[in-house]
Design a protein. Structure first.
Length: 409
């Protein structure tokens, strides 16, 4: 039973005490899924540039298209992303992009829970660094003025190869002072690692450690190209990791983030989709399945990542990576009511052999099509696959107009 924003009671026979009853016959209730790394407005570039090498992809397609992104475009792209998340069972996400005030507007309307960061890139230029700090401060003030407990501010230094050490340390201090997460891309590709080492003489994590940028407020996306000793360094510093298996495979980042070693080091690992331009969906069910398969294939070991652990990564471990495991990530009395319901009366979830196979069914067989109800903070955002907070037809129309202008500009 939900009261206000919280889970008030769990059990049978509560029906008569409730004002509103949602029929759960034939349904599985799960904690809402948590996407720890995305660039929401990139839904506008979904499918626009695929099957390309990362540098060509960025330089020839993504960056030129992004140059034409207006605040209104980012708002509509974010709204599309919110609709996709609600319809695929995600209730919380961590975002990094620009025009974040507009992303906040979309999230506020949609009713999702989000951590929003402005992606800082100073390219080692002091004047640019100052301007980026100013934009970060402005987002901080803006989100505070919204007064929403669902929408939280985060820091978003893009990466160690795009931000000066001064900026990385400023960000760390700002995060500390304002109790915020510091979200950054770390060691995503082999080329990034090799180029970085050539330039700085040390590896990316070693560098972040050396300049004193690591902290337990840092959420590092990717971490594909890290050594065992770097994993130990991350663990010691209390850094969390956002693992994005689909994006890493699609962009051929090479290898796979060393998850078993990260677990051993006590690192909180969440799952992320990354932006829709490099995935191409925000589907966390697909991400769970690909995650489990990637690590089995990589280690030649079918037991290396089981279904329960994979589901944990998309729920309670994702919450831990974001530092909110006391508020969300599991179905417990007192936690925020972020819940999804999956319809089992579809072919892909049949037969269910018993309680002990349900988790396998969820990770290896379930899809967004099974999600029929999504609740955040006790508010119903979708029921029987009907969106309650977003006019999907209007959003689709706006997005298709914006996409045409973007790509043909
Ligand atoms: Zn990213």
């Amino acid at each position: 039973m939900i009261k206000d924003e919280k889970i008030a009671e769990i059990g049978k026979g509560l029906k008569n005490q409730a004002d509103v009853v949602i029929d759960g016959t034939g349904e599985i209730v799960l904690p809402g899924l948590i996407n720890t790394h995305t660039h929401l407005s990139m839904t506008l570039l979904r499918g626009y540039a695929d099957d390309m090498r990362l540098q060509d992809w960025l330089q020839k397609k993504i960056w030129p298209a992004e140059a034409g992104l207006t605040p209104e475009a980012c708002y509509q792209g974010a709204l599309l992303g919110c609709a996709e998340m609600i319809m695929s069972g995600t209730t919380t996400f961590m975002d990094m992009y620009f025009n974040m005030e507009e992303v906040a507007r979309a999230v506020n309307e949609a009713g999702l829970r989000a951590f929003l960061s402005y992606g800082i890139i100073d390219l080692f230029d002091a004047a640019k660094a100052k301007a980026e700090q100013e934009k970060t401060r402005r987002l901080f003030e803006h989100l505070r003025s919204l007064g929403s407990s669902r929408i939280r501010f985060a820091l978003g230094p893009h990466a160690a190869y795009t931000c000066s050490p001064e900026t990385l340390l400023w960000v760390k201090e700002f995060a500390e002072k304002n109790d915020a997460i510091n979200h950054i891309h770390v060691a995503e590709t082999r080329k990034e690692q090799a180029d970085f080492q050539k330039q700085h003489g040390v590896r990316v994590v070693e560098y972040l450690d050396k300049i004193g940028a690591l902290s337990n407020r840092m959420l590092a996306a990717h971490c594909v190209w890290v050594t065992k000793s770097e994993v130990a360094t991350l663990g010691k510093a209390g850094v969390s990791v956002a693992h994005c298996p689909v994006s890493n495979m699609k962009l051929a980042s090479g290898g796979a983030a060393p998850l078993p070693e990260m677990f051993e080091a006590g690192i909180a690992v969440g799952l992320g989709t990354d932006g829709a331009a490099s995935n191409n969906t925000l589907d966390m069910f697909e991400t769970m399945k690909v995650c489990a398969l990637l690590h089995k294939a990589q280690r030649w070991d079918a037991t290396v990542l089981n279904a329960q652990k994979t589901l944990d990564l998309a729920t309670i471990e994702g919450a831990r990576a974001l530092g909110v495991q006391k508020e969300i990530g599991s179905i417990e009395v007192g936690k925020n009511a972020d819940l999804i319901m999956l319809d089992t009366r579809l072919p892909n979830l049949n037969p269910i052999h018993g309680k002990e196979t349900v988790v396998s069914d969820l990770v290896y067989s379930a899809s967004p099509a099974n999600v029929d109800t999504t609740i955040v903070d006790g508010r119903v955002l979708m029921v029987n696959r009907q969106l309650k907070t977003i006019n999907l037809d209007e959003t689709l129309l706006s997005v298709s107009k914006i996409a045409k202008q973007l790509v043909h500009a």
